[in-house]
Ligand binder design. Structure first.
Ligand SMILES: C[S@@+](CC[C@H](N)C(=O)[O-])C[C@H]1O[C@@H](n2cnc3c(N)ncnc32)[C@H](O)[C@@H]1O
Length: 294
């Protein structure tokens, strides 16, 4: 049971050691966001040049996302805004939120250069209900490397539900907790479970002088702290705040090269296991609805 679940003060979620973990993560993301905006892997020049173009992530999501024309959408942990901009191009009125001021600056610049109207707010995820109006979004969109930066999943679910209008929808496509539990440094084809599958009080601490996209940039803030959340924990957290699960689909692909040396690119430009891809889901799409009528 999470003792912080009932507080509305976001700083409560980041006290003690967690505050140090958050600072390290913020420094890490602030250094990487400008490099990501320059990297060919985020394709920002293409998004600017082609006013119809959608990010690879949104193109993958589109069949499950459906028509979002006219919906009020909040994109949590929006990073440099490539997916946020794509959601706006599908006709939604979009607000992106991220705790990294550098990511938000890149997102605002990119949206301006791409000629897209979107609002970007710099705030911690746990602060979302303090900086955004409650019960005012038709759709909460998040994922692709978002939940692993949050120490507690239960308050995340409360925030998601609190942002949605009655009847509103959560769309989450995320790295699968089994993927996050694997030792990615193994060079053979075996999959070795090494990190926790469940949410743990202590984070998984890593030091990595690189990042997940191609870049020539060099970084100095290289420590990061992350947490896994089991699928059951995520679903239970949503059920506990009264949401109804409407979709849970596990996928054999992931948008980034999550297990270097073991993956090949599929027809969607996503990464799949080269050997026996049916062994393991790499991402999942979870959709849920807040109860009530919009
Ligand atoms: C891997 S990125 C998300 C990627 C995004 N789906 C994309 O590819 O554009 C993770 C994002 O989470 C943000 N983040 C990490 N911890 C956060 C927190 N506590 N509150 C808000 N944003 C956070 C980081 O700044 C970063 O932009």
């Amino acid at each position: 049971m999470n003792e912080l679940r009932d507080t509305k003060d976001w700083q409560q979620y980041w006290r003690g050691n967690l505050a140090d973990y958050r600072s390290a993560n913020l420094a890490n993301w602030n250094e990487r966001a400008p490099a990501h905006a320059q990297s060919r892997d985020y394709g920002t020049p293409q998004l600017i040049a082609d006013s119809q173009l959608l990010s690879d992530v949104i193109r993958f999501d589109l069949p499950r996302l459906g028509d979002i024309q006219g919906l009020r959408v909040v994109h949590l942990q929006c990073h440099i805004g490539t997916d946020t901009i794509s959601l706006a191009r599908l006709g939604a009125e979009v607000t992106g939120l991220d705790f990294s001021d550098q990511a938000i600056e890149q997102a605002r610049t990119l949206a301006e250069q791409a000629g897209v109207r979107a609002t970007f707010i710099q705030a911690d995820l746990y602060q979302a209900l303090d900086v955004l109006p409650a019960e005012s979004f038709d759709l909460v969109f998040t994922g692709i490397g978002a939940l692993c930066w949050l120490p507690h999943i239960a308050p995340w679910a409360r925030i998601v539900s609190g942002l949605l209008v009655p009847g509103g929808r959560l769309f989450l496509r995320e790295g699968h907790p089994m993927l996050w539990s694997l030792d990615e440094s193994r060079t053979d084809e075996n999959l070795v479970v090494h990190y926790p599958y469940f949410e743990t009080p202590e984070p998984i601490t890593e030091v990595d002088s690189g990042t997940y996209v191609h870049t020539d940039a060099t970084f100095t803030a290289n420590t990061s702290h992350s947490w896994n959340h089991g699928l059951g924990e995520i679903i239970s957290a949503l059920l506990e705040v009264g949401m109804t699960i409407t979709m849970l689909e596990e996928h054999r692909s992931v948008p980034w090269n999550a297990l270097p040396g073991k993956m090949e690119v599929d027809e969607h430009g996503e990464y799949m296991l080269r050997a026996n891809p049916a062994r393991l889901p790499l991402t999942y799409t979870l959709q849920a609805r807040r109860q009530g009528r919009a």
